[in-house]
Design a protein around this ligand. Sequence first.
Ligand SMILES: [Zn+2]
Length: 555
Amino acid sequence: MSADMIIENARVLTMDPSLPRAEAIAVKDGEILAIGERAAVLGLRNGATEMIDARGATVLPGFIESHMHLAWGAMGLGGLDLGGVRGFDALAQKIGDHAKSNPQGAVLRATGADHEILPSGERITRHHLDRIVADRPFAMTAAEGHTMWANTRALEAAGLLHGRDLPPGNEILMGADGLAGGELREWGAFEPVLELSGELRLSLGLITGGEPARPPTDAERAADREMTKRGLAYCASQGITSLHNMDGNLYQLELLAEIEAEGALSVRAQIPFHYKNFMTPDVLERASVMARRYRSEWLSSGMVKAFMDGVLDSWTAYMDEPYADRADWRGEPLFTQKHFNAFAAEADRRGLQIAVHACGDGSVRSILDGYDHARRMNGARDSRHRIEHVEVIRPADIQRLVDLGVIAAMQPQHPPGAMNLPLEPTLSRVGKARWPYAWASRTLREAGARIPFASDWPVSPISPLLGIQAAIRRKPFAAGYPDQSCTLMEALAAYTVEGAYAQFMEHRKGRLKCGYLADIAVLSHDIEGMQTDVLHKAMPTLTICGGRVSYRNNV
Ligand SMILES: [Zn+2]
């Protein structure tokens, strides 16, 4: 038996407690053939074996990114990112240059804009944007993804200039002149702009969970495949070998299957069915169809994603008690308890995994009530239902979450203070009494919760090493408040072992072990020898997924 590939001169962190460290790995037929000391592994070499010299750097199981948005992220790649841009002149310069180098396209687009892009505190209107681009449609989205600003041409072309009836929760801000002012709130409001720019088909999994209204043409499918491939290639360049998408529909799975058939699927992907509050549980048959059709180690479904609330920063997270900075308001859940219980019971009965977005502790409580209801209806099983974000949790729910076997999928990039995020206004909004239970990853882990880490890309940068750096360097909100940081090994586990567990795949991936999938990230540095503030500079030099090189830089 000889190897297809051998990685040597490596500091392998296997994440396997029975053999935590190794010097070399041999790969054959997409799986790990041998791992251990160099001499033993080199015995599997023959003339055709590809030899990789890791140059003493860290080698890890490929990262598992447990909460991200592939299509939404891919749409922002290679486009104009306005992150860090401040002031009208800087904005005008950036957009003007972009317009010159992109004369084509139905809508000129940009992403990553800050709400406070004008330091005067004035909000962006179509009139500001018209002064930059007047002769063609232009639209920019905020980094948080829930707000868009469009110029007059874009509003006109999308049929929004005179306003329009929208589903609840979406809004076109109207100006004093009775026309749309330029700011569009939530995806339902800017859907017509996305339709115009050709981005709608790939956004449907996020916006409505529905399928394209008419079958996309061959050219449209090809464009969407290319966009998806661009997103996958970017993930591979970050050392990611598996992703859990957190929006989805059948169309996204079909595109990925077409990419797989071309031999170009470079990352293993799980795509859920997105259940919205205007649906009824009988539509879950669509999720079951997706689950039955896609269940390989490369492409799978089997999950239902839903949103119970919004985010703390806009007071749309649903809290158990009023916000500390707004005594009359605690947000509203997106589902009634009755609806959520019926949904959870039906999804659980179908053997589907459930993942629900919850930032507020009211939402976390309500979701746990729903999972508990499902268990009482259907009997206990290894369901591994998930709660996404868990930004605030009631103390009484910590043990309940653990006892129900619920996974807390968290993002180390998101707590106030992490990655240079400001502490305010978020901490005043949460209030001191809730600080010990806010982004409480260590508290939850020590109570026994399983916690995969992820970026929520494109909400935060996707780099797992940046996430690991943020997790390790997490500081208490103030003296005397709990330390919610983690060790390097805990952070690595959250990006490998825990992600595999969340997908019922701990027997196949998340560790480097004989017979496991050859999903491997070779880094540029020995990360154990680095200062924690520069960990993100360790970049993958080689990513291997299923024994195939999915990304290579200078090796
Ligand atoms: Zn998300």
